[in-house]
Structures are given as C-alpha cells and as structure tokens.
Design a protein around this ligand. Structure first.
Ligand code: F6R
Length: 369
C-alpha cells in the first residue's frame, strides 16, 4: 500500500497534486466555480450572508486563518476564525446573517462538533457549512451545506493533503460567495480559477526540492527549538509549519508574524536557534526582509523559502535560501509554500527517528475533548 514510500505521511505529501485535481473535479465549469457544488440550497443561503465565522482545530484552524485574509482582501467580506475549544465555551455574539463554517478532515472532532451545536442552539436559524474530508461524518450530517474535500483517506496523523484540499475548498467557497453577491469581477474569478488549475503543477515543482530540504533538515538534528516567520497569509502557513515540526519531530517550534519580532521573540535569537522564513515576492516582502536583517544581525541561523523573484539573499552571504516555488499568486502562494515546510518536518523527523505516522500522545481523530 505504501509503494515506494516509507511512511504514509510521505505518500500523502506526494499525493497532493492528485488530491487537488480530485477536489477541483466537477466543481468548476469553464472559468467559473459552480455554486451548486456547495449544495442545492447554496445559492439561496450565500445570497443572505454578511459575515463568515470559521471554527476548527489544529491544522484545519490554520486553513481557516489563511482564508480570513482571502475573504477580507478578495471579496471584502468580514471573516472571523476561532479554535473550536475556545468558541464552544464562550458566549459568542453571533451577528445576524452569519454563516458558520466548520473545517475538519475527520468530521468527528469533538470540539468542532460541539461548537457547531452550541452556536445552533443560540441561534436557531444560523446557516452552516462544513468543509470536510469524510462523507457520512457527524459534521456533514449536522450542517446545512457540505463541501467534501476529495483528499482521499489520510492515514498519517499529521495532516498534509487534507490541509491542502481545505485551502482549495476555501478558495472555491470564497469565489462562489463572491459571485453570488457580486463582490468579484468575472476577470478576478477567471484568474482565481486559472490559479487553482495551475496548482497541481506548482505543487509538483515544489516537491522537486526534496533533496535540498533533506540536506537542510540535518541542521535540525541537535536543535531544541525553531522559529517560523511569515507575514500576511504566510503567517498562518508559518504556524502550520511550526505545528508540523512539533508534532512529528518533537522539536519545540513557534510561529510569529515577522512584524512582532521586536515585541519580544527577538530576545531569543542567537546562533543556536534556526529561523525559518517564508518569503514570497509580494507587497510585504520588503518589510519581511528588514525583519530578517534584524535576525541576521543577531547571528540567527536562517532558512529562507522564497520564490524566483524574491531575492532575499542580495549580499551574497551564505544564507540557506531555497527557491521553493515560482510564479505564485494570492491564492496559490500559501498552498504552494506549505509544501516545502511539510517536507522539512518529515525529514527532520526521519533524522530524529520518531514515529512519523503515529506521533506519541496523538490520535488521528480527536473524538473526546
Ligand atoms: C495536525 C493535525 C491536527 C488536526 C486537528 C483537527 O497535523 O492533524 O491538528 O488538524 O486535530 O482535526 P480535524 O481536521 O479532523 O477536525
């Protein structure tokens, strides 16, 4: 079943181009996203929505955080994101015409399910959508609208292909919502669809960097801690990179929005802590570069994932700069830049000799709180 792969996680990382193809399949017609892919009531429900509240846990929560940037930036719709275990025990103020969106690989995560139930108990007519990988799961049964990610079964405890397809689903959702509410020009929609269709090959190219990343992973063998930095959507991608490293290699890792460095974590930096920066060529790149200068000035050991045009290493120092991808856009960038981070934690875990597919203390489906 594993074929040429040593672990399910590795197999699932390499299945991602196909998982994206499968998730897009049947959801697009010509240059536009099919609203009906979200259910036959989708058009009617979407037309009334004024705000999206995303609820999820762990990796699925990180997908939600990326989507918040997209929602507000691309279609100008307010979007709130919260971890389910917090949401369910607060008394959240739910504004009228909110769509409650749960994101879950398993569809059985106890906190996510409880958050959905308690929100519905507070507001009986609350509309709900779930983006889920398991048909016939509790979340799909209890939500008004269902969008299935077609990642296929995910066996490795660390979520990889499910996350990628959740992001694809979220991009389709925001495009559908944008069209129903006239918040998106046809040109913009066309560009998003074209970007999504290019994703399998972008992911394929990112996967080709495995050998370089395997080399870089050596530097982590004796490290106790690592810091991941990003700005914009790369901040949640940094969080996801840090989570993956923690859970499978047992190295403490934290993510920070790069602009927060000088508000505390800069005090940590010395030559013993690897700093991983995610640096696509976007409007925040110059800001990120000056944050990286601050790290460099303190002797931090930097590993930069950039694209063909980022040119982070302009002064020729021996930074670890990995050209992780090329030609990425707003939607495709976070999805593509996550791939080398998955490979990095996988190879660090191999070096550390941990149980990659079954990390200690963790379960694939967290059905108790
Ligand atoms: C991390 C991971 C977990 C899950 C979380 C939510 O790699 O897999 O953080 O993302 O337990 O699970 P689902 O998505 O099934 O609700």
């Amino acid at each position: 079943e594993l074929g040429e792969h040593r672990h399910y996680m590795h197999k699932e990382i390499f299945e991602q181009p196909q998982s994206v193809i499968d998730t897009l399949q049947g959801r697009i017609s010509g240059d536009s996203v099919l609203v009906s892919a979200f259910g036959h009531q989708a058009e009617e429900i979407f037309s009334k929505i004024e705000q999206v509240q995303i609820i999820a846990c762990g990796t699925s929560y990180h997908a939600g955080l990326v989507a918040k940037y997209w929602f507000e930036d691309i279609i100008g719709m307010p979007c709130l994101v919260e971890v389910a275990s917090e949401y369910r025990y607060r008394n959240p103020v739910i504004r009228p015409n909110t769509l409650l969106l749960t994101i879950s690989q398993s569809g059985e995560t106890a906190d996510t399910l409880a958050a959905l139930r308690s929100a519905k108990a507070t507001q009986a007519d609350l509309a709900s959508l779930t983006i889920c990988n398991v048909p016939e799961s509790s979340l799909t049964r209890e939500s008004d609208l269902v969008f299935l990610t077609h990642a296929g079964p995910e066996i490795g405890v660390a979520s990889t292909k499910a996350f990628t397809t959740q992001l694809v689903a979220l991009a389709l959702f925001l495009t559908a919502m944008g069209r129903v509410q006239n918040r998106l020009s046809t040109g913009r929609e066309k560009a998003i669809v074209a970007g999504l269709q290019k994703l399998p090959s972008l992911i394929q190219s990112a996967l080709q960097h495995e050998a370089v990343i395997k080399d870089i992973a050596q530097q982590f063998a004796d490290k106790g801690s690592a810091l991941f930095l990003g700005r914009g959507t790369m901040y949640p991608i940094a969080m996801e990179g840090a989570l993956k490293l923690k859970e499978i290699s047992y190295i403490h890792a934290e993510a920070y929005p790069a602009g927060e460095l000088k508000h505390g974590p800069l005090a940590l930096i010395d030559d013993t802590i690897p700093v991983i920066a995610i640096a696509p060529k976007d409007e925040l790149l110059e800001k990120l570069k000056s944050n990286l200068q601050e790290v460099k000035a303190r002797g931090g050991q930097m590993i930069v994932f950039e694209d063909e045009d980022s040119n982070v290493n302009t002064d020729g120092d021996d930074l670890n700069v990995i050209k992780a991808t090329t030609n990425v856009g707003r939607i495709t960038a976070p999805i593509t830049f996550n791939i080398p981070l998955q490979l990095l934690s996988y190879h660090v875990a191999l070096i550390k000799g941990t149980d990659v597919d079954q990390p200690r203390n963790l379960a694939k489906s967290v059905t108790v709180e």
